[in-house]
Design a protein around this ligand. Structure first.
Ligand SMILES: [Zn+2]
Length: 262
């Protein structure tokens, strides 16, 4: 059930049966040359589409921009930053709260959005509502360990293959990540924006374009190489994740709200 397709009477009728709403949140960002910029929004929207078939949950329009400062500088990546994402999500959720929504599900496609979503979750909690953050790629990796992965790896590649295989440019998969030790060989590159010194990881926030020529950091996820991805994996994973979320949402919707003084 899509909020954008309803009128205000439909919403009033829905609220008599449920105060739960799901908002897909993504990011427009570089994922390496083999994947499209919209990977992190296409996947949550596809899972939402499957949920729409599997459950009666209300799906609000997606937020297609996220906090992805680390990937800024690769043409096409657009980051609105954590502060703007907090303000945007809080404004959307506050409006929905006004009408009676109290159980919020964020279907998130991008790790960099997590800090903003947590903040808005606490804001809603203080108002007497709950927010559940559904990081699809982490959930899929827990549903089936074989599926676990991260930015630009097999997990995301498989998901996009299931959505539209023409969007995956396989000729770039063999080219690798073009990683360099941008802080010098004494502080070699580790994972994401970490360096590794004496075997221990230390985070040094900076732009990923300093580290890799193509924005693809799959080695951090061990065996999660895109060359092993296929559409069957993607289909099974998106279906299973949607099934899980449908089950979770049904239980979450019944959670008694945090009590607040009147
Ligand atoms: Zn992604």
């Amino acid at each position: 059930m899509y909020l954008a397709r309803m009128n205000c009477k439909d919403v009033e009728a829905y609220l008599k049966t449920s105060d739960t709403v799901l908002i897909p949140v993504g990011s427009l960002e570089n994922h390496g040359l083999h994947m499209p910029l919209g990977t992190d929004i296409m996947i949550p929207n596809k899972i939402a589409e499957l949920l729409n078939i599997k459950s009666g949950i209300l799906i609000a329009p997606s937020v297609n921009y996220g906090a992805t400062d680390a990937l800024s500088g690769f043409p096409g990546t657009v980051s609105i930053g954590t502060e703007v994402l907090i303000a945007l999500l809080r404004a959307v959720c506050d409006q929905l709260f006004r009408y009676g929504f109290r159980h919020f599900l964020i279907l998130n496609g991008h790790g960099g959005n997590t800090a903003a979503i947590q903040e808005v979750g606490m804001h809603l909690y203080r108002k007497g509502a709950y927010l559940a953050n559904l990081n699809w790629w982490l959930m899929a990796g827990e549903i089936n360990k074989e599926w676990a992965g991260g930015h630009g790896g097999g997990e995301e590649t498989a998901a996009i293959m299931a959505i539209d295989p023409a969007l995956i440019k396989t000729e770039y998969i063999e080219k690798g990540e073009e990683i360099r030790n941008d802080l010098g060989d004494a502080l070699p590159y580790g994972a994401w924006t970490n360096i590794k010194y004496k075997g221990v990881s230390v985070a040094v926030p900076r732009e990923i374009k300093d580290i890799t020529g193509n924005g693809w950091l799959v080695h951090s996820f061990k065996d999660d190489v895109p060359s092993r991805a296929n559409a069957e994996w993607g289909e099974a994973m998106l279906e299973a994740t949607a099934d899980y979320i449908a089950d979770f949402a049904a239980v979450f919707a019944k959670t008694p709200l945090p009590q607040r003084e009147k």
